[in-house]
Design a protein around this ligand. Structure first.
Ligand SMILES: *[C@@H]1O[C@H](CO)[C@@H](O)[C@H](O)[C@H]1NC(C)=O
Ligand SMILES: *[C@@H]1O[C@H](CO)[C@@H](O)[C@H](O)[C@H]1NC(C)=O
Ligand SMILES: *[C@@H]1O[C@H](CO)[C@@H](O)[C@H](O)[C@H]1NC(C)=O
Length: 271
């Protein structure tokens, strides 16, 4: 009974920990996130909680837009969820454009689109609906977060108004598979092993055995023997002329030249 109670208590602690973690993250569809959405969200992890800013001047006023992906700009950790905030510089008037408790994610081959809803309501435009921010993240391998800019505010429609932003990031790039095939990995492993063998053997011969010169090369005798065997093998396999004719030829060259005078001597001696 106590065991059961302890397990239940443990489960509660675990659930509390999990929900605390989730509160620190973008919330999609009221918390019912699909596996594929979670996969894209995981790719965005390096950008999370990074403060990204841009300023915009419309001729009359200048505005600063601050984005903290899945994190509160104004009250970090609080449940007001501001992820994209506009600051009208002259008056310090703050308007929340998007909240991360209302996130949508769409992705393609080399881009990720984030849509943050539940922003502050328009006063007169767009039927006083809540503001929405759309952030188009394009693949750029050279940067984690760069060129965050506002492109457009669409607010002259009767509904579905939005602020459109774009930025460059490597997180939007397609995940590259390793280009190394099994064969090239094996070759690399082999080369590394040979290197370790030669260097390790060299050091052993030099400092432990105390060898000098060519003798520092590990197992030199064995390799010489092997070299000779290989040479013999090559000789046997690769020569175009058969070995017998070669010896016959050598017989003409060396043996006959060496033997003939002897024979002559033999003939000469008795005479
Ligand atoms: C997100 O949070 C804000 C402020 O707490 C709230 O007004 C809004 O209804 C929430 N949006 C969703 C989709 O839960
Ligand atoms: C808004 O901008 C003004 C002027 O740059 C600055 O003093 C103020 O702190 C900003 N407000 C917030 C909430 O960042
Ligand atoms: C979107 O992202 C997921 C997770 O990284 C990936 O599996 C999927 O292929 C991406 N969609 C496209 C169209 O590239």
């Amino acid at each position: 009974m106590t065991m059961l109670l302890m397990n239940v208590r443990l489960l509660c602690v675990c659930l509390a920990a999990v929900s605390a973690m989730a509160a620190d993250d973008c919330i999609l569809n009221g918390g019912k996130i699909s596996a594929s959405e979670q996969a894209v969200l995981n790719r965005l992890a390096p950008l999370k909680h990074k403060r990204i800013e841009t300023t915009y001047n419309d001729g009359k006023d200048s505005y600063t837009y601050t984005l903290i992906l899945c994190g509160g700009v104004l009250e970090p950790g609080k449940s007001s969820y501001e992820t994209l905030v506009q600051n009208r510089t002259q008056t310090s008037e703050i308007t929340v454009i998007g909240r991360y408790n209302d996130t949508q994610i769409i992705n393609g081959t080399d881009w990720i689109m984030l849509i943050y809803g539940s922003g502050d309501k328009y006063d007169s435009h767009c039927q006083q609906e809540a503001r929405t921010a759309m952030i188009m993240i394009s693949c750029n391998k050279k940067t984690l977060a760069d060129d965050f800019t506002i492109i457009h505010e669409e607010r002259d429609k009767s509904s579905d108004c939005f602020y459109l932003f774009e930025m460059d990031s490597s997180v939007a790039c397609p995940i590259e598979e390793s280009h190394l095939s099994v064969g090239s990995i094996l070759i690399i492993v082999f080369v590394v092993l040979v290197g370790v063998y030669i260097i390790g053997g060299f050091l052993y011969q030099r400092f432990v055995v105390g060898a000098k010169g060519m003798e520092q090369f590990p197992n030199i005798a064995m390799w010489r023997e092997l070299g000779n065997l290989v040479a013999d093998g090559c000789d046997f396999v690769c020569r175009s002329q058969p070995r017998s004719s070669e010896t016959a030829y050598r017989g003409v060259g060396d043996d006959q030249l060496g033997e003939e005078p002897e024979e002559r001597d033999d003939h000469l001696l008795p005479m």
